[in-house]
Every structure is written in C-alpha cells, then in structure tokens.
Design a protein around this ligand. Sequence first.
Ligand SMILES: Cc1cc2nc3c(=O)[nH]c(=O)nc-3n(C[C@H](O)[C@H](O)[C@H](O)COP(=O)(O)OP(=O)(O)OC[C@H]3O[C@@H](n4cnc5c(N)ncnc54)[C@H](O)[C@@H]3O)c2cc1C
Length: 450
Amino acid sequence: MANKKYDVFVIGGGSAGQAVANSCANEGLKVAITEKREYGGTCPLRGCDPKKVLLASTEVLELATDMKGKGVLNIPEFSWKQMQKFKTSFTKPIPSGSIDNLKDNGVDIYEGNASFLTENTLSVGDKIIEASKIVIATGLKPIELPIDGAKYMKTSEDFLSLKKLPKSMVFVGGGYIGMEFAHIAARCGVKVTVIHSHEKPLDGFDPDLVDKLIAYSKELGIKFILDAKVDKVVKGKKKFKVHFNTDNSKAEHVKAKMVFNTAGRVPNIESLAVENGNVTEGKKGLAVNDYLQSTTNKSVYICGDVSDHGLPLTSMTGPESKTVIANIVNGNKTKIDTPVIPSVVYTLPNMASVGYSEEEAKKRYKNVIVNFDIATDWFNAGRINAPLYGFKIIINERTNEIVGAHIVGPHAGETINLFSMAIKMGMTTDDVKEVVFTYPSWSYDLNKML
Ligand SMILES: Cc1cc2nc3c(=O)[nH]c(=O)nc-3n(C[C@H](O)[C@H](O)[C@H](O)COP(=O)(O)OP(=O)(O)OC[C@H]3O[C@@H](n4cnc5c(N)ncnc54)[C@H](O)[C@@H]3O)c2cc1C
C-alpha cells in the first residue's frame, strides 16, 4: 500500500528535475521530488558553475601573463585557498535556495534514493510512493575504470573542492573536463600530464583547431600522452605511478602526486532498479521516444543528462524539460526539437563549436566552403597579445547558409553564440554581414570570418 500518491514524482533534484517539478506544480498538478544528495545537482554544485568561478582567477593570470612587457609589469599572485572560498560562496546557498523555491511552488520534498518497485511505484527511503507520471532526471556520474588502482583516482568533484594544489597531476581522459582542469592547474603552476586514449584529445571538436590548442597547451607546460591505454595506478611512497601502453605496446609510466579520472561519465542509474519499472537503456542513456517518454513504460518521462537524447549539457536540460512538462500537462503533443546546441571547452583560450563539423558538412552537402584561418595577427587578438586565435566556418556553397562554426580564441565561448543564432535562423553570410556590430569587438570579426 502506497504511503503517498502523486500526479508527478520527479527523481533527481538537478537542473532538469527541478524545472519539471516547479512547472508541473505551477500547472496545478500534485508534485513531489526526491534527491539523494544535495538539491541543486551537478551544474551549480560540482560542474559548470564552480568550474567557471575557479577559472576567473586564471583568466586574470592569463591576461597578465600575455600583457607582461606590454604595460603590465608583474604577474599577480594567486591564492588557491581564496579561489576555493570564493567558489564556495556560490555553491553553499544552492541546496537551501533550491528547496525553498520548490516549496514555494508547492512541490513536496523528499530526501533519499528512489528505486522502482513496479511501473508506477517507487520506494524512497522507508516510504512507498505511487505516481501517475514518474520523471527520471538522475544525471550522469564518473565512469568506473576497470583497472587496478582505480580507487586511487580522484574525480572532477574532488578537483573542484581541492583544499590544496599538489605539485603534479595526471588527468586520465582528455575530454572537455580533463582539458579545462589541466589548463586551470597548469596556470596555477601544477605540473600536468594528460593521458588520452585517441590520437587527439577533445574528440568531436574540429581537429585542426584542436591541434592548435594542443600546441599552445604544450607551451603552457602541459604534457600529452596520446593513443595510450592506462592499465593500472600504483601507490608509491610519495607519488602515484600511472602505467600505460601506447600503440607500439611499450609499457611505460608517469608519476604524479594526484591522478584524476576524467575518462567520461555514464548514466546515474545503478540504484534506480529500472528493471522493476520496465524502463530500458539505450546507447548512452535511458531510451526515449520523440516525446522523451520511456520507450517501454508510458508512465515514465526522462530528461537531462540521463536520457538517451542530445548532448549532456546544462543548455540541453532547458529544451528537454520543457518538452517533458508540455507532454505531462497536455498529453503527448510536443516532440523534442533537437536545437542547434553550441558547446565550449573553457580552456584559456576557449574552444567553441556549433553546427556541422567540416567532415559532416562534406557528407551532407554537395559543395561546402571552408573558411579556416589563424587570426592571431588580427586587431582583437593583437590588442591583448593573445597567443592563439583561429576559426573554421563552414558554409553550404549552394545557399550560402552558415552550417557550422568552430573557434579557438579569447571569448570564443561568447562569440559562438552569434553563430548559433545565425545557424538557427538559417542566415546566409550576406544576412550576417548586413548586421552592424560594435567596433572594435570580437563580434565585429564575424564579418571577416565570412
Ligand atoms: C565538471 C563538470 C563540468 C561541466 N561543465 C559544463 C559546462 O561548462 N557547460 C554545460 O552546459 N554543462 C557542463 N557540465 C554538464 C552539466 O553539469 C550537466 O549537463 C547538468 O548538470 C545535467 O543536469 P541534470 O539535471 O540532468 O543532472 P544532475 O544535475 O546531475 O542531477 C541529477 C541528480 O539526481 C540525483 N539522483 C541520482 N540518482 C538518484 C536516485 N536514484 N534517487 C534520488 N536522486 C538521485 C543526483 O544526486 C543528482 O543530484 C559539466 C559537468 C561536469 C561534471
């Protein structure tokens, strides 16, 4: 017998889950939510936001370093302890603020792990809950590497709350999280090594621009070991030894004070007992149809990182939660419209991307124009003595529409949004050139990139 019955029960108090719970309650439905850790989830507590707060001090170091001898005499000192304290001033209020907001909207709050008992019932702590609709928004968690000594490896969450910086670090996995942390640490004087399993880090980003970013990262002191498979981590007296094999099957190792597992993230579903709820897994998350409904249990909707749809980014939680809300409130009428989603690697300089890659565009269109250039000598980069600025813009030659944009350089994470707008609106190069941008600004460079 259920202790409580709800119209909607949401599992996971991150960005996606909270959005669904608040909106459904505002629509007059009886809603509850549960969270097994702190309310707020990954983005504001142990992801995007704390990362960008720590990044802020390294932005000061970067600009001062580039401008040394051009007006700046000394590179400022930094304090990791203060950086962490400043970061905590952003993360600390999140859980209570989230709970207050949910309560204000009339959502019942649970704190505990939810597991499916049947298609419509869950256990949450010692309670049994029945709900007409259940929303799974449980996010991702770091992948567990099946290697000896994996227990010595720290996670992205550990990095973001490190009390003290060690002298050396190894990041196993050169995706965007590993690369961003490598840059933060290297700028703070840590000896950094990135080990990646493929030929280039940052899979999925433009390979030509990745090459430029890697060359610059090496100048920063970051060492790369590529095409390498880590097979064990051994605890030594003072350092850890990370053993790896490269393609030529030579067994080697690198030593460091700390080793981080940044090899990827997988669906956070191990304690959900999805099999009891008749919810099935897809390739990279829980399987959904176009309405973001479970393909096997019509009472269940799935959104955010844990769904098998779209990229695992905070910017995707908005369109996905809106779709789930609309379908719960009005019945299945709204299909997920996979929007143009830009992505950024917050290294310094940033690398950002939206739309098709050169390879994808060449497969999709008969003729494409590829504007690839290194623009370090352009005024914007020159003015701040930036060491790297480059772009690759992809245009469908027949229509002159912009179909892809890839930028490495200062503020690329901002400039890319103009390209997102242009691609979303189907703008041609002439359309963009008709827009007047401020001068001198990074946006103004769009004219020259086209
Ligand atoms: C280091 C890092 C940096 C990132 N940087 C960026 C960035 O710059 N830009 C960007 O767009 N994205 C970034 N992301 C990704 C972004 O954080 C996620 O896309 C976003 O937080 C996903 O939100 P969500 O609501 O789907 O999941 P989450 O925020 O992960 O929330 C899921 C919640 O569900 C809870 N939960 C899980 N299982 C259960 C259960 N059985 N019962 C109860 N509760 C449960 C979890 O505790 C968690 O709090 C970053 C991620 C990381 C790790």
